[in-house]
Design a protein around this ligand. Sequence first.
Ligand SMILES: C[S@@+](CC[C@H](N)C(=O)[O-])C[C@H]1O[C@@H](n2cnc3c(N)ncnc32)[C@H](O)[C@@H]1O
Length: 197
Amino acid sequence: MRATHRFDPQHMGRLVSPERRKMLDPVKALDCLELRPGMVLVDLGAGPGFFTLDAARRVAPDGKVLAIDISQEMLDLCVQRAAGEGIKNVVPVLASTGSRGYPVAPASVDAVLMAMVLHEADSPARMLSEVRRMLKPGGAVLLAEWKKEESAMGPPLEHRLSPREATEGFGAAGFIRSNDGCEVGPHHYALRFDLPR
Ligand SMILES: C[S@@+](CC[C@H](N)C(=O)[O-])C[C@H]1O[C@@H](n2cnc3c(N)ncnc32)[C@H](O)[C@@H]1O
């Protein structure tokens, strides 16, 4: 599995635009994760919070979303948008790109959302091993990525991950693929993976 193509934070407004919501349905994606009140979710590579805010409403009032990102600008917009909507259970977590790992305790989260972030990872295998470390046994991951086919938007084809490549990577990290995919829009796919109990 190879990846690495960084989204330019200068264009972060695109990630929360009404046009994007028409192309990629965050509600259907989150349905796939079966979030419930009280859960702790990591939104890995949360960006300006396209998925984060909807997820935070689903796990409220006692659950929370750890919005992890390596970009302070992205997190600032995420926090600002959450505050603007009166959402209080989003916790921003600034991470480094190095090998130090994410500042999240082992086996402490119920679910992880990875939307359009795996193809940006310097080391997808290291990212997945971190996701495994932070998840409780039986925890779930939803991976959302661009389909590996030509489209007017999105990362170059050679940086996209096919469902087969992603499934191999998750399998190597100890996950079990638990569905054939959730329909989230014409240009993206979403797959759920679970950790054994
Ligand atoms: C294309 S954006 C997607 C944002 C959001 N998930 C969405 O779909 O709207 C990718 C995000 O992942 C973040 N990112 C890239 N590499 C990362 C890493 N190793 N760990 C955490 N976040 C990362 C980027 O800063 C960016 O905000």
